[in-house]
Design a protein around this ligand. Structure first.
Ligand SMILES: Nc1nc2c(c(=O)[nH]1)N[C@H]1C(S)=C(S)[C@@H](COP(=O)(O)OP(=O)(O)OC[C@H]3O[C@@H](n4cnc5c(=O)[nH]c(N)nc54)[C@H](O)[C@@H]3O)O[C@H]1N2
Ligand SMILES: Nc1nc2c(c(=O)[nH]1)N[C@H]1C(S)=C(S)[C@@H](COP(=O)(O)OP(=O)(O)OC[C@H]3O[C@@H](n4cnc5c(=O)[nH]c(N)nc54)[C@H](O)[C@@H]3O)O[C@H]1N2
Ligand code: SF4
Ligand SMILES: [Mo]
Length: 921
């Protein structure tokens, strides 16, 4: 066998001999003894070489995903040496579901790949801490778990004693996205009746218009189901940055000739790869969607068969009062939830099957041919169809009339409407940025209309709502205490708005009259509609609090009017504020007690949330750092102390409405009498008892790192074994009614508030923006490419990939007008506050807009003044309606979002004296 000798090797590189290159001590190599035969026995030991080898040696390998709100959910191998995680690597062994569809490997992102470094950074919490100075002063005393839990338990009991249950906010935020971690705090909240806000609306992530149309916003596509679509419109989403491990399916769809387009104000990292980027004006999306509907109707591109069977478009509406024709209108004591079609075959009105009041739970038309157009008379009542109303509304939105608003040329609108109509499978993707605009409902609803008109549903496409809720009965059971006791749930946007004093902030920022012109109501209207929603019992609100435990929730960073919100909460929670966290984030900083939690690689857990069929397993790859503990174990420990102290103090069962809150048994209840005391026991219980996991043991699952879920994972319909998941196939093929009032995809809502706000059919409204205030620049703050919200935002590897400090994106032309250069520090301001950031030039952003990625921690800003401090917000009152079929408070389905992008700013170069000492607060 030919072997390269050391000398030959060096010669090959041209550095043998005594030439200039080897002069002096440049080459340590020239002091090495040359080795003739590296495989021979006389090979001298050279210890330093082992350093490199040892980099690739480890003691054990565990598995994990990241329990963070990234929606990625990727299986990783975690390599451990000497009790420390040294690196991670994608498992990349997911089986291919179907030979015709690309597999899911490898999944991951650059954030996940650095977690092994971030978990040991200086902000990591290692011990229970008790505040030693004022709140927020940064002075801490390290205490034992025993002392911490005992003091906290006593304070919780005090609050119960003084004020009764219901004054403790026990909100768990988006940091806990996994089954074991999430169910601990949820179970605790259920047992104590704590206030828990809707996890979607609290951050502005609920696609309410999708619920209105389809009866759920949580039935969507697995990402592999994008692959066979031939038309994909990325409506308001940036998957290359915010769905990193799934985005490949979009681009792979191009192999099938898919047309992929994007609407976004800026040429974002996803738009750059599309066939067509449509630079839409911020907050105008429903105008674009309505003009698509206009063209589809004008050019007769619609598909009556789909409309008749799957939608409410043929339902009859009274001409006199605009209400749906109900059985109660025709028959004494008739049902309010039974509706009518005009049957063209028999020439008369017939009851439509499938509605909430109908005994026939099917969409099957059974010989009825419903008219979609026309005027008819039913027992003396003049009626028409929903489609007639929709047509009338859509007629207002010609492509010519929306051009100025949207910035999308009429020819482009016509062209895209035709593409959409002729596509075999068309998907409109709406990311969560949609739901954080006040016109979310209109955007989703009008896009749903374009899809329904063109017959896209089930296997032929539909609305991608960015989430599939899988069926996990064991998880639900643990989180809700077997359904026996309940937390006090609240609409997320509403709870934060009222308890955070945000109305005052809104009044400081918005011009009431201008706001009404833009969005259709002003702040006075909103205030009275909020009151009506609470008084009518449409939406629950539990009022001021006395104590607060926040878990995995960077609430003081995340909320709008951030400092005002924080001060209000700290004032109300004067008796107790506990934070359970993995690191000292901007919310933990203000706590009375901090309880340190185990991180992704340090606890047992399971995660399925995301866009695929895999349940990833978190094994406890290493012991938790310091004295930190898994979230489940922390809650178990806390209940143990509450039980002990309640018994010792003689605080007996407390009646809470229908429920008894028995603090004497709270720990036994929490742990099922000791069965479920640890994260490991809970993980095992869920894995081994969940039908969707098909009976694998925890050991088998942990060995592999993931479980492939079976058909039981689907809620609306089975998850097919060898096919991607398309939503609503049970409806399009199985003729199962939708979970809506009429049982059909809904385009008519005769709720009084919808009628009052002229929104009974899909239509368009603007967002607030500069025109509703005195500040000229549009502003949006999408999700960060190099972080997941505030997580990993200070990691050195990720900071090196960006500017390393908070920065805004500005069009160079606007910058020039304002005398700003790339890299300058600028001041953004409005009537509610100011913040400073570095300017980064971004030529594709409109001249009238500023963008800034969200998620920087306040302490990373100059003077600790974060962007969210001066972000003005309000609520969408339509999202607060109830008492109408499928509209009414429903967790993760229907309630009001926190709005994130309604604010506006002005910008100037920062004055040197203002930023001379950036650390002053
Ligand atoms: N890397 C990373 N990934 C994440 C997250 C993260 O923090 N970091 N967070 C996760 C979570 S919780 C969420 S909610 C999602 C959010 O992810 P997305 O739903 O993708 O939302 P954003 O990133 O907020 O905004 C997406 C894009 O919308 C465009 N846009 C802004 N305003 C408008 C408008 O008015 N109309 C139109 N048509 N487009 C507009 C902008 O180009 C922006 O880049 O991301 C998830 N994935
Ligand atoms: N301006 C603006 N504001 C926004 C948005 C926007 O686009 N613009 N987006 C909104 C959206 S969609 C979202 S989802 C929110 C997200 O915003 P946040 O609620 O701030 O989300 P995170 O930064 O993920 O905060 C979760 C916290 O949980 C902690 N944590 C992580 N893992 C664990 C664990 O295992 N156990 C425990 N106990 N704690 C843990 C972390 O330290 C982290 O600080 O922000 C919202 N706010
Ligand atoms: S952070 Fe999320 S998307 Fe990134 S690798 Fe981890 S689980 Fe996947
Ligand atoms: Mo989110």
């Amino acid at each position: 066998m030919w072997k390269l000798k050391r000398r030959d090797f060096l010669k090959g590189l041209g550095i043998t001999g005594t030439g200039a290159m080897l002069s002096g001590n440049v080459w340590a190599l020239n002091r090495l003894e040359p080795i003739g035969d590296t495989l021979a026995t006389e090979y001298p030991y050279r210890g330093w070489e082992d350093l490199y080898r040892n980099e690739w040696a480890w003691d054990s390998v565990g598995h994990a995903a990241h329990c963070i709100n990234c929606m990625g959910n990727c299986a990783w191998n975690v390599y451990v040496k000497d009790g420390i995680v040294i690196r991670e690597e994608q498992i990349a062994k997911y089986p291919q579901v179907n030979p015709k569809v690309p597999d899911a490997n490898p999944r991951g992102c650059q954030k996940g790949a650095i977690h092994s470094t971030a978990m040991y950074e200086a902000d990591r919490l290692r011990y229970p801490l008790k505040r030693a100075g004022e709140r927020g002063e940064g002075k801490w005393q390290r205490i034992s778990w025993d002392q911490a839990t005992e003091e906290v338990a006593d304070k919780i009991i005090d609050i119960f004693e003084k004020y009764g249950p219901g004054k403790l906010k026990t909100h768990q935020g988006s940091g806990n996205q996994t089954m074991v971690r999430q169910s601990g705090p949820s179970r605790f909240a259920s047992l104590v009746g704590g206030i828990q806000l809707d996890g979607f609306t609290v951050v502005g992530d609920l696609l309410t218009g999708a619920h209105l149309a389809y009866g759920t916003p949580l039935e969507s596509f697995t990402s592999d189901a994008w692959f066979d679509a031939d038309y994909i419109l990325m409506g308001m989403i940036n998957p290359n940055a915010t769905r990193i491990p799934d985005a490949h399916y979009l681009w792979e769809a191009k192999y099938n000739g898919a047309r992929i387009t994007s609407t976004a104000p800026d040429y974002n990292p996803s738009a750059i790869h599309t066939d067509l980027w449509m630079p839409i004006n911020q907050g105008t999306d429903p105008f674009f969607a309505m003009s698509l509907a206009n063209v589809i109707i004008e050019e007769n591109l619609y598909k009556p068969a789909f409309m008749k069977e799957q939608t409410d478009l043929p339902m009859l509406v009274r001409v006199d009062n605009g209400k749906l024709l109900r059985e109660a209108d025709l028959v004494e004591g008739g049902d309010e939830e039974v509706f009518y079609h005009w049957d063209l075959n028999s020439g008369q009105a017939v009851k439509a099957k499938g509605s909430m009041g109908s005994a026939d739970k099917t969409l099957q038309l059974d010989g009825v041919d419903p008219a979609i157009e026309g005027e008819f008379e039913v027992e003396g009542i003049a009626v028409t169809t929903v489609f007639e109303q929709v047509k009338r509304e859509a007629a207002r939105f010609t492509p010519e009339s929306t051009f100025e608003t949207t910035n999308i040329h009429p020819d482009v609108v016509r062209q895209e409407a035709r593409h959409l109509a002729k596509a075999h499978k068309a998907i409109v993707m709406l990311g969560y940025i949609t739901s954080s605009y006040s016109n979310c409902l209109y955007t989703c609803w009008s896009y749903a209309l374009t899809l329904a008109l063109t017959g896209h549903g089930g296997r032929t496409g539909g609305l991608d709502t960015s989430w599939i809720s899988w069926n996990h009965p064991r998880w639900t059971e643990l989180a809700t205490f077997e359904g026996k006791k309940s937390a006090r749930y609240e609409p997320g946007g509403l709870g934060e708005f009222l308890r955070g004093g945000m109305m005052e902030g809104a009044r400081e920022h918005f011009d009431n009259a201008k706001l009404k012109e833009r969005v259709g109501f002003d702040l006075d209207d909103l205030e009275s509609m909020i009151n009506e929603s609470i008084d009518e019992g449409w939406m629950p609100y539990h009022g001021e609090i006395k104590g607060m435990i926040s878990i995995a929730d960077n609430t003081f960073r995340r909320n709008k009017f951030a400092d005002r919100y924080r001060d209000e909460h700290l004032r109300q929670a004067s008796e107790l504020y506990v934070n359970i966290n993995v690191r000292m984030d901007s919310t933990a900083e203000w706590a009375d007690y901090i309880l340190p939690a185990a991180s992704h690689y340090e606890a047992w857990d399971l995660r399925t949330q995301g866009y695929h069929r895999f349940c990833n397993i978190f094994t406890r790859s290493v012991e938790p750092v310091g004295e930190s503990k898994p979230d489940w174990d922390i809650m178990a420990l806390l209940t143990k102390k509450i039980q002990e102290r309640a018994i010792a103090r003689g605080i007996g069962p407390i009646q809470d409405g229908e429920v008894t809150r028995d603090l004497h048994t709270i720990h036994d209840d929490f742990t099922r009498n000791g069965e479920l005391s640890t994260d490991l026991a809970v993980a095992r219980y869920i894995v081994e008892n969940s039908p969707e996991f098909g009976g694998v043991t925890l050991e088998e699952a942990a060995e592999r790192g993931f479980i492939v879920m079976n058909e039981h994972a689907g809620i609306n319909q089975p998850l097919p074994k060898d096919e991607p998941y398309n939503p609503f196939v049970a409806q399009t093929e199985g003729k199962k009614p939708y979970d809506t009032l009429t049982g059909r995809v809904t385009f008519y809502c005769d709720h009084p508030r919808f009628m009052k706000l002229k929104s009974s059919v899909p239509t368009a409204r603007l967002y607030a923006g500069p025109e509703a205030s005195n500040y000229p620049l549009h502003f949006y703050s999408p999700h960060a490419r190099w972080g997941i919200h505030s997580n990993w935002r200070s990691n050195k590897y990720l900071l090196r990939l960006q500017r390393g400090e908070p920065n805004i994106y500005i069009n160079p032309k606007l910058a020039k007008q304002r005398g700003i250069k790339d890299g300058d520090t600028v001041r953004l301001f409005n009537s509610t506050g100011e913040f400073f950031a570095q300017a980064k030039f971004y030529p594709s952003i409109p001249e009238h807009s500023i963008m800034m990625e969200h998620g920087w921690e306040p302490h990373q800003y100059i003077h600790r003044k974060p962007m969210n401090n001066s972000m003005a917000t309000f609520l969408q009152p339509l999202e607060l309606t109830g008492g109408w079929g499928h509209l009414g408070f429903k967790y993760a389905l229907w309630n009001a979002n926190q709005l994130l992008h309604e604010s506006s700013f002005d910008i100037e170069l920062a004055k040197a004296e203002d930023i001379a000492d950036p650390r002053t607060v």
